[in-house]
Write a protein that binds this ligand. Structure first.
Ligand SMILES: [Zn+2]
Length: 261
């Protein structure tokens, strides 16, 4: 299974999985970069997978419909069943299983960024697992809470954080450097974070994506997966968290990030 980050807009990635003949794409906010990526590799589009309703994840669906194979998987547009998604042919919710390029992916409900956001988790044979998580988990950060509560988002992130260490985390945005700058403010004493930030700065200087990251790295450096760590709790309390409960800590860190420049 090949995994390709197709750049779109200024900082989106449209993830493409392909086996050399067939492809699926995730959250195509625009069609042209996907069409180029398909054409360059002479791939047939088998499915479009959609995590949530935002336009930068759905805007390219309609233009890609003619590219779908006649025998497209589940009709071709597999999307969260808890939001309005135009052209959806299969609605999925948590614990559903979809087979993409022969690999089973489990659907995980991850409300918070939007109310009906879903993620897809698969274990391709002989390879590290793949998590397609849209705008829920970013490297070093998480999505804004447009439609959900801090408690919902924390539960969603906890569910993702419980996946295997070597899971490849396929986020929908290249926000890593700004996220890691903020993370360093939350946890200035985190040596693993400092090392990872230096690594990501080198990647970006070479024009390379920082993604996919590994889940074990995220657990070590991402403050939104670390609401139970003493250093994160201390920072949250300084930012006005009412107490040291994980939800209060998460909410205070998220609010701080919303206003951080
Ligand atoms: Zn979004």
């Amino acid at each position: 299974m090949n995994l390709v980050a197709v750049p779109a807009f200024t900082d989106n990635y449209i993830w493409m999985l392909h086996d050399g003949r067939q492809a699926i794409v995730v959250d195509p906010g625009e069609a042209a970069p996907v069409e180029r990526a398909l054409d360059e590799r002479r791939l047939v589009l088998q499915a479009i997978v959609v995590t949530h309703h935002h336009g930068d994840h759905t805007g390219g669906i309609e233009a890609l419909l003619p590219r779908l194979a006649p025998d497209a998987t589940d009709g071709g547009v597999i999307a969260t069943g808890r939001e309005r998604i135009a052209h959806r042919t299969r609605a999925v919710v948590g614990d559903d299983v979809v087979t993409l390029l022969g690999c089973e992916f489990r659907v995980i409900d991850v409300p918070g960024h939007t109310a009906g956001h879903v993620a897809f988790y698969g274990e391709p044979a002989g390879e590290a697992p793949i998590l397609l998580c849209g705008d829920t988990l970013f490297s070093g950060g998480c999505g804004r809470l447009f439609e959900g509560t801090p408690a919902q988002m924390l539960a969603s992130l906890d569910a993702l954080a419980a996946l295997p260490d070597d899971t490849r985390v396929c986020c929908a945005h290249e926000y890593t450097l700004s996220n890691l700058a903020f993370a360093s403010a939350v946890e200035p004493g985190n040596a693993a974070l400092a090392d990872y930030r230096a690594h990501c700065i080198r990647l970006r200087e070479r024009g390379e994506p920082t993604l996919p990251g590994r889940l074990q790295t995220e657990r070590a450096i991402n403050p939104f997966l670390r609401s139970r760590e003493p250093a994160v709790i201390a920072s949250a309390l300084r930012q006005g968290a009412a107490n040291d409960s994980p939800v209060e800590v998460f909410a205070a860190i998220r609010e701080w990030k919303n206003n951080y420049r």
